[in-house]
Design a protein around this ligand. Structure first.
Ligand code: COA
Ligand code: ZN
Length: 303
């Protein structure tokens, strides 16, 4: 076991969190990004440059990026499905492009209307276009797919190696439909072990079946230091059957705080950002920590 002393959290709430929701106005999406940054989040996926017909909630991505009061210490990322999205994201001035490709051929087709092979070519083109801007290839359905039941972590890692060879700066493995378990996280890390160390890859976890925090913890014990989470635990792909919310950022931060693993994030301020999410979507978020607070919170007894 090599437990890291710090972990980098990329909050994908303004993108993954809001994408399945009714559209939230640009100014409110910007407020959410800034609330996350105020809480100490240093890496935020702020928007997706996708077809507004495919994902109405992500319309106005360039306006979101333009309206953010940018801080130099923060990495502002945006998701793209294709070259057109990358051109728009680069023109908007993002710090990082996350490009999506799926280990599941059916999901890739549903999500970005391309074969896996076409997406690999696209990732090469996006990387060439991006130049010095980092391109993180997010391999979805990495722990299984509702469409191809035989798919396993080895297939995702093989695809991760292909997109790295095509030019992606790094790879994040996404549990799009919450099918990961500690056993499968171990298998993925074993499969990636040949050419990579755990610290080189990121994990993007969903909590559809209540295993996300467990999966994060076993990955941390194996040395993984990059995680995608979403404030409040909202999120999910509109194109994947059975997708559930992301691992809540405040749930992971609370556990990391307790373990003495640094994130730079103030969990109580994050809870305020989760309250803003509730205001924006008009209903309670699924995260327990958002409501109860971290275990370190104390209730005054004098009143
Ligand atoms: N951003 C904005 N518009 C885009 C675009 C992008 N990245 N890529 C294509 N478009 C536009 C085209 O210009 C075209 O517009 P027009 O009809 O006004 O001329 C229209 O979308 C259709 O283009 P086409 O290339 O035929 O796309 P498609 O209909 O096959 O859809 C995608 C392909 C990738 C654009 C679409 O499926 C998509 O945006 N998927 C993203 C899904 C997503 O965000 N999933 C979230 C989980 S990762
Ligand atoms: Zn996701």
């Amino acid at each position: 076991m090599s437990i890291p002393s710090s972990v980098v959290i990329r909050d994908v709430g303004p993108r993954d969190g809001l994408q399945p929701e009714a559209p939230v106005p640009v100014a409110d999406r910007v407020r959410l990004v800034e609330a996350l940054v105020d809480a100490g989040v240093r890496h935020v996926e702020v928007a997706a440059f996708v077809s507004p017909r495919a994902v109405p909630a992500m319309a106005g991505a360039a306006e979101v990026v333009a309206a953010i009061d940018r801080r130099p210490e923060v990495t502002y990322a945006a998701l793209v499905p294709n070259v057109k999205g990358a051109e728009l994201a680069l023109a908007a001035g993002v710090d990082e492009i996350t490009v999506t490709v799926s280990a599941s051929a059916t999901y890739n087709e549903r999500n970005v209307r391309m074969s896996i092979d076409e997406s690999v070519v696209v990732i090469g083109e996006v990387a060439a276009l991006a130049g010095a801007t980092r391109v993180d290839a997010v391999v979805s359905c990495a722990f299984g797919s509702p469409y191809e039941p035989e798919l396993g972590p080895g297939d995702a890692v093989a695809l991760g190696e292909r997109v790295s060879a095509a030019g992606a700066s790094r790879v994040t493995y996404a549990d799009t439909t919450g099918m990961a378990t500690p056993r499968l996280v171990g298998q993925l890390l074993d499969a990636a072990g040949a050419g990579t160390t755990a610290a080189d890859l990121g994990l993007h976890l969903h909590d559809t079946r209540g295993t996300a925090l467990l999966n994060a913890w076993v990955a941390i014990e194996r040395g993984v230091t990059r995680f995608d989470t979403a404030v409040g635990g909202l999120g999910g792909s509109p194109f994947a059957h059975g997708a559930g919310g992301n691992l809540a950022t405040e749930a992971l931060v609370a556990v990391l705080d307790d373990a003495g693993i640094a994130t730079g994030i103030d969990v109580e301020r994050l809870v305020l950002a989760a309250a803003l999410v509730e205001e924006l979507v008009g209903r309670p978020v699924p995260s327990g920590v958002a409501h109860a607070g971290p275990r370190t919170r104390r209730t005054p007894t004098s009143s």
